[in-house]
Design a protein around this ligand. Structure first.
Ligand code: MN
Length: 192
């Protein structure tokens, strides 16, 4: 799967880049909404967009997804942002995003989301009808069911009870034991 990650923070790019490459996905980065819209126009192989909200350039992530939907592009967009309040979540979904992943990123949740959208893309290439609304991206049971070939333990693909976000500077509790290239424990995602 080819993923576009629109993010202006290098630390977050590095973390997500390692996770998605560990799943054998291809990742392209852009730091501005304008550049993201351009590459999405030119590259039809991109199947999933991860979108920071506070971007470099003049557009926010929400401006970006609104422009994308306005021109008829229905590819899945998941906002990745520190915006954690309910009103912000609704605003993100109303702008046209399909899902939401809070920062600091929890690696098993990101892996489950990647597995979910990879399965959705596989279904889209068959004649089977698509559901009208996408299920919750991070649902662990669908992730486990959709990755029979992944050499992953049930513990790694099925996160326990939701964890509160790590306070800045604390060690992220996000490293699954069987990840091929686990992120270094000293790293955490930047709030924006
Ligand atoms: Mn940002």
């Amino acid at each position: 799967m080819h993923i576009l990650y629109v993010e202006d923070n290098e630390t977050n790019q590095a973390l997500v880049g390692r996770v998605v490459r560990a799943r054998q996905h291809l990742v392209t980065f852009r730091e501005e909404g304008e550049a993201a819209l351009k590459v999405l126009e030119e590259d039809a192989t991109i199947g999933l967009i991860l979108l920071d909200v506070e971007l470099a350039g003049t557009m926010t992530g929400l401006d970006c997804v609104r422009a994308l939907r306005a021109r008829g592009d229905r590819r899945p967009v998941v906002a990745v942002t520190a915006y954690a309040m309910m009103g912000d979540r609704e605003r993100i979904l109303e702008a046209g995003c399909d899902g939401y992943l809070p920062k600091p990123l929890v690696v098993p949740d990101l892996l489950a989301l990647l597995d979910h959208y990879e399965a959705e893309l596989s279904k889209a290439s068959t004649p089977a009808p698509q559901p009208a609304t996408a299920p919750t991206p991070a649902a662990p049971q669908s992730a486990a069911a959709s990755t029979p070939a992944a050499p992953q333990s049930a513990a790694a693909s099925t996160p326990a009870a939701p964890q509160p976000p790590n306070p800045p500077g604390s060690a992220p509790q996000t490293v699954p034991p069987s990840t091929v290239e686990p992120p270094k424990p000293v790293e955490t995602t930047h709030p924006d």
